[in-house]
Design a protein around this ligand. Structure first.
Ligand SMILES: Cc1cc2nc3c(=O)[nH]c(=O)nc-3n(C[C@H](O)[C@H](O)[C@H](O)COP(=O)(O)O)c2cc1C
Length: 354
C-alpha cells in the first residue's frame, strides 16, 4: 500500500487479477437484467469501471440458437474486459454453450448462482444451485474444462438467514476451478430487502485462496474503500448504485486511490451522457424497445436534480428519441434559472464522465 499525496489517505486500488485478466481499478459493474447490455457496459467502462458484466444469459437458449439470446452475447470493442454471465444447471449444456459466449467476446465467464426469479429456478439454476452444492461444483467444473478464459461464480450469502453453507459452497467452487467468487451479501430469501451484511463477504474472503468480489449496497463512492477495508475483498461490485450514474465508477476509483472524489457531472453533462445512452440503445434495439428502457433509465439520470418529479412524469409519455431530446432541452432550460439562483452558475461546465 502507498500513500496518496493529495490527501495522505491510503490507496487500496491495487488492480485485481483474475487468471490473465487485469481488473483495474478493482471496480466491477454488476450484472443486471434489463440494464447491463453492451451500451451501458461501454458507458460504465469508459467512466472508470475495471470490469463490466453482462446480464444473465440462458445456456439452454444459447444451444437452441435463440436469436434474441445470441444478440445478448454481443460485445463492443471498447468495453473489454467484459464478463458474460451464464445461467443454467446442466454441465453438458454448459460445455456446449460456453464456447459460443467466448466466441462473442467474453473475457471471463461468470456463472449465476444467486438469482431466484422463476425462469431461472425453473431450470434448477441460480440460487437452486446453492441448495445443491454437488451440482454447483459439477457445473463449474464443466465450464472450467472447456473454457479458454477464467470462470467465476456469483453467489449469495446462503438461502435463508443463519444458513452458513455458502462458505463451504464457495470452497467447493474454488476446488472445481473457479478463478474468483463474487458474493452478494444477502440471503436468497432476502431478495433485495434489508441491508447487505458485509460479514458474509469477510467469511468467504477468509475461506478462499482465489479473489473474492464483494457486492451489496455500495451506493456512494466512499462505500467502495469501506467495503474493501471491512472485508478484505479484492474488488467491489456496484449494481443498482450505477443506475443512471455511470460516473460513480470514476468517483469510486478516486475514493479507492485516496484522491478527492470528483463531483457529480453538472445537469448538461448528465443529460449528454443520458442522450448518448439513449442513442446507443436505439441503434442496438430499435426506437420502440430503446425508449421503453430509457424511460426507466431517465428516472435515475435525474436523481437529485431540481424538479425531477415533473421530468419523470413527462418522460413516461415519450416514444421517440426526438421527443426525449426536446424534453431534455426544455428541462435544462427550465432548471438553469433555478440552479443559477442556488449559486451553481453554469450548468454546462465541470466534471467529466471519464
Ligand atoms: C434489476 C436487477 C437485475 C439484476 N439482474 C441480475 C443478473 O442478471 N444476474 C445477477 O447475478 N444478478 C443480478 N442482479 C443482482 C445484482 O447484480 C446485485 O447482486 C444486487 O443488485 C446487489 O448489489 P447492489 O446493492 O450493488 O445493487 C440484478 C439486480 C437488479 C436490481
Amino acid at each position: 500500500m502507498t500513500s496518496a499525496p493529495e490527501t495522505g489517505a491510503e490507496t487500496i486500488a491495487e488492480p485485481l487479477r483474475i487468471g490473465d485478466v487485469i481488473v483495474d481499478p478493482p471496480l466491477v459493474l454488476g450484472p443486471m437484467a434489463g440494464t447491463t447490455d453492451r451500451t451501458y457496459r461501454l458507458l460504465c467502462r469508459r467512466a472508470g469501471a475495471g470490469l463490466v458484466c453482462s446480464e444473465m444469459v440462458s445456456i439452454n437458449a444459447i444451444v437452441q440458437g435463440n436469436a434474441r439470446t445470441l444478440r445478448m452475447l454481443r460485445t463492443f470493442d471498447g468495453e473489454h474486459p467484459v464478463s458474460v454471465q451464464l445461467f443454467g444447471s446442466e454441465p453438458a449444456i454448459m460445455a456446449d454453450a460456453l464456447p459460443v459466449a467466448e466466441e462473442a467476446g467474453a473475457d471471463i465467464i461468470d456463472i449465476n448462482m444467486g438469482c431466484a426469479v422463476p425462469k431461472v429456478r425453473r431450470v434448477d439454476a441460480g440460487v437452486a444451485l446453492m441448495a445443491d452444492p454437488a451440482q454447483a461444483a459439477a457445473l463449474t467444473a464443466a465450464a472450467v474444462r472447456v473454457a479458454r478464459v477464467p470462470v467465476t461464480v456469483k453467489i449469495r450469502a446462503g438461502l435463508v438467514p443463519g444458513d452458513e453453507s455458502y462458505v463451504d459452497l464457495a470452497r467447493g467452487l474454488q476446488d472445481a476451478g473457479a478463478a474468483a467468487v463474487a458474493i452478494h451479501a444477502r440471503t436468497a430469501s432476502q431478495g433485495f430487502r434489508g441491508e447487505a451484511d458485509r460479514r458474509h463477504i469477510a467469511r468467504v474472503v477468509e475461506a478462499l485462496d482465489v479473489p473474492v468480489i464483494g457486492n451489496g449496497d455500495v451506493t456512494e463512492p466512499a462505500d467502495a474503500p469501506r467495503m474493501m477495508r471491512a472485508t478484505g475483498c479484492a474488488a467491489v461490485m456496484i449494481a443498482r448504485g450505477a443506475w443512471g450514474r455511470p460516473w460513480v465508477f470514476g468517483q469510486a476509483r478516486a475514493a479507492l486511490r485516496g484522491a478527492p472524489i470528483p463531483p457529480d457531472p453538472l445537469p448538461d453533462q448528465r443529460m449528454a451522457i443520458a442522450l448518448l445512452h439513449a442513442q446507443m440503445l436505439v441503434l442496438e434495439f430499435g426506437e420502440r424497445i430503446a425508449m421503453h428502457q430509457m424511460r426507466a433509465q431517465m428516472h435515475n439520470y435525474v436523481r437529485g436534480l431540481p424538479d425531477a418529479r415533473r421530468f419523470r412524469s413527462a418522460v413516461n409519455d415519450l416514444s421517440t428519441l426526438a421527443q426525449l431530446r426536446a424534453l431534455v432541452e426544455e428541462y435544462l432550460a427550465s432548471i438553469r434559472e433555478d440552479l443559477q439562483a442556488r449559486g451553481h452558475g453554469d450548468t454546462s461546465a465541470g466534471a467529466d464522465c471519464g
